[in-house]
Design a binder for this molecule. Structure first.
Ligand SMILES: Cc1cc2nc3c(=O)[nH]c(=O)nc-3n(C[C@H](O)[C@H](O)[C@H](O)COP(=O)(O)OP(=O)(O)OC[C@H]3O[C@@H](n4cnc5c(N)ncnc54)[C@H](O)[C@@H]3O)c2cc1C
Length: 225
């Protein structure tokens, strides 16, 4: 265990606080990422590096510009608000979290894999670069939303796609994933008990309990699904 005097000496010998001098290279290795993309043909259909390197440049800049928010997000915990006459119960996220997610959407990273139909390896590399700076789950909202939009692409009815797809991809709505249940975590395939029974009017009666639903009922998007 270092004494506080030793910690001070160590910090002086290391130079300024890492927070003051962080760059994207602090968070991940860009040369390694580019190397993996260009030299692993099994990861990527043939693609011209000139087509994806500019995306990595943009991701690099985003990380360098916003990485300092990570420590602030860690300090600003979300708060739970019980139901009131004017609003339902919900979770309020901090101004820094709102600002980071809005910047991410404005920079075009949100649901990039859905909207640009990028090869999976490229969209994963871009996500790895942008998310490398954030130890919490703030940008995970976009991952959950991509998953919801991709699920709609494959399994959604025309009506559901019409209602949700464009709004998920634009970031107006954010997605969640309600899979785990009190008696079903790793064993989803066999232990899920929730059922959905179709009614004559086209709606469903859903019975069961879900838990561990990250990103539900918060105020980042207009609507969470
Ligand atoms: C912060 C957080 C956020 C989450 N967000 C979501 C979410 O958004 N949506 C959602 O649906 N779920 C979410 N989850 C739930 C998460 O996916 C489950 O916690 C996970 O599926 C594990 O289930 P469990 O906790 O019930 O553990 P269990 O499945 O009970 O596992 C307990 C232990 O047994 C081990 N184990 C399990 N099966 C086997 C096996 N067959 N052989 C050997 N060992 C085994 C596991 O490795 C583990 O160590 C979240 C969890 C956390 C902690």
């Amino acid at each position: 265990m270092l004494s506080s005097a030793s910690r001070l000496l160590l910090r002086r010998s290391l130079g300024p606080s890492p927070l003051a001098s962080r760059s994207s290279s602090t968070y991940y290795s860009r040369p390694l990422l580019s190397h993996l993309l260009s030299s692993c043909p099994r990861l990527l259909p043939p693609a011209d590096p000139e087509a994806y390197e500019p995306l990595l440049d943009t991701a690099d800049k985003f990380t360098a510009d916003h990485g300092h928010l990570d420590a602030i997000l860690d300090a600003e915990e979300p708060t739970f608000h019980p139901p009131a006459a004017s609003s339902p119960a919900g979770v309020r996220l901090s101004p820094s979290c709102h600002s980071l997610v809005s910047s991410y959407i404005a920079a075009g990273f949100h649901c990039m894999d859905v909207s640009l139909s990028l090869p999976h390896a490229v969209s994963t590399a871009v996500s790895a670069a942008t998310m490398s700076a954030f130890t919490g789950g703030a940008l995970g909202h976009s991952v959950l939303t991509s998953c919801a939009a991709l699920l709609l692409d494959v399994h959604g009815s025309a009506e559901l796609k019409e209602r949700y797809h464009a709004k998920l991809v634009s970031g107006e709505y954010l997605g969640t994933m309600a899979l785990s249940e009190p008696a079903a975590g790793s064993s989803l395939a066999t232990n899920v008990r929730t059922s959905a029974v179709a009614r004559p009017d086209g709606a469903y009666d859903i019975t069961g309990d879900k838990m561990w639903t990250s990103g539900a009922d918060h105020d980042l998007g207009e609507h969470t699904e």
